[in-house]
Design a protein around this ligand. Structure first.
Ligand code: ADP
Length: 326
């Protein structure tokens, strides 16, 4: 295949994240500025397999930077797990003459991109779009800042009623196997305990702390739990109720509210920088990377690194939680 990229495709895949539209806009406009033809692939890899591919113009991405969701739609695509599905996808790209791809999504989408790129020699660049911030090698992922701010706003409101009634609340936030939304929103709302998958939590410790606080008449307690841990907030509340029946425990699961909404200024900036850098990579002939930001500079990481490694949460964070909530 001629390695000079002339026509590129852009897609959003996996879970949606606020700021994906800003990234699409950056890819389309940077591509067109550099004389490339840009195609939008609908519903992630499903649109590639089914041939749902549309030509994008500069005006196709007008007035979307502030919108949540993704104008290209997103999906999870079973067929792409099989060579047969990927071969169909490649044929559709070939028909349009597409010889470079930008994939905006999470680590699963990057895994698919890596396999596809190796099989069909298709240059692929990943842009990390996920509210979970669970991709190693980048300080930020598109959507995380907005999701955390949404969670903080909601928890602040719950705290008002919690305070009025002297109640214990267990609030569940999103993040699948990643505790970043719980950690950041928990610290920012002054949670007494934060339960995340990356850290072994001894529920006995939490119960001891609650008993001690009860003795001190500190009746308002906020526990933020990541959805992927202990079966979530319901399970944590169940254990507390069993062991401390005198405690009034309320559960609130924030759910999909965290995925939607207008992206924060920060996410729009991150998405714009990453989308721009992804096209630059393709133009420079750099392939099979994803773009990240480390120490406020663009950083380019092999796709397989995202697939192999997960973000770690430093012990310092947990120390901060412990000291500030005492
Ligand atoms: P995310 O990108 O948000 O982590 P998923 O893990 O659901 O979301 O992955 C999105 C899509 O990427 C999947 O539906 C599938 O089409 C593709 N994909 C993920 N893993 C693979 C794989 N091992 N082989 C081929 N395609 C994959």
């Amino acid at each position: 295949m001629d390695k000079k990229v002339t026509k590129i495709g852009v897609l959003t895949s996996g879970g949606d994240a606020p700021g994906m539209n800003a990234a699409i806009r950056a890819v389309v406009r940077t591509g067109i500025y550099n004389g490339l033809e840009v195609y939008g692939i609908l519903r992630g890899y499903s649109g590639m397999v089914d041939g749902d591919i549309i030509k994008m113009e500069s005006k196709s991405v007008a007035n979307i930077i502030q919108r949540g969701g993704t104008i290209l739609k997103t999906a999870r695509c079973k067929e792409f797990y099989d060579l047969e599905g990927r071969t169909k996808a490649y044929k559709h790209l070939k028909k349009h003459g597409i010889n470079g791809l930008v994939i905006i999504g999470g680590d699963g989408s990057f895994r698919g991109a890596q396999i596809f790129s190796n099989e069909f020699d298709m240059p692929c660049i990943g842009v990390p779009g996920t509210i979970d911030k669970d991709i190693a090698g980048t300080d930020f992922t598109i959507g995380f800042d907005t999701a955390v701010n949404t969670a903080v706003e909601a928890i602040d409101k719950i705290r008002d009623t919690m305070d009025a009634h002297d109640r214990l609340f267990v609030i569940e936030v999103m993040g699948r196997d990643s505790g970043y939304i719980a950690l950041h929103s928990g610290i920012a709302t002054g949670a007494e305990n934060i339960i995340i998958p990356e850290k072994v939590t001894d529920i006995e410790d939490i119960l001891d702390q609650l008993s001690e606080k009860e003795r001190r008449q500190k009746l308002v307690n906020l526990i933020v739990v990541a959805e992927g841990k202990f079966g979530g907030a319901n399970e944590v509340a169940k254990v507390i109720k069993e062991r401390m029946p005198q405690q009034e425990v309320r559960v609130c699961i924030l759910g999909h509210i965290q995925r939607g909404g207008s992206p924060s200024c920060f996410d729009r900036l991150v998405a714009s920088r990453m989308g721009y850098a992804a096209v630059e990579c393709l133009l420079e002939g750099r392939h099979n990377l994803f773009v990240g930001i480390l120490n406020n500079r663009m950083h380019y990481i092999p796709l397989n690194e995202a697939v192999k490694k997960k973000q770690r949460i430093s012990e310092d964070w947990m120390k901060i939680v412990k000291i500030l909530s005492s």
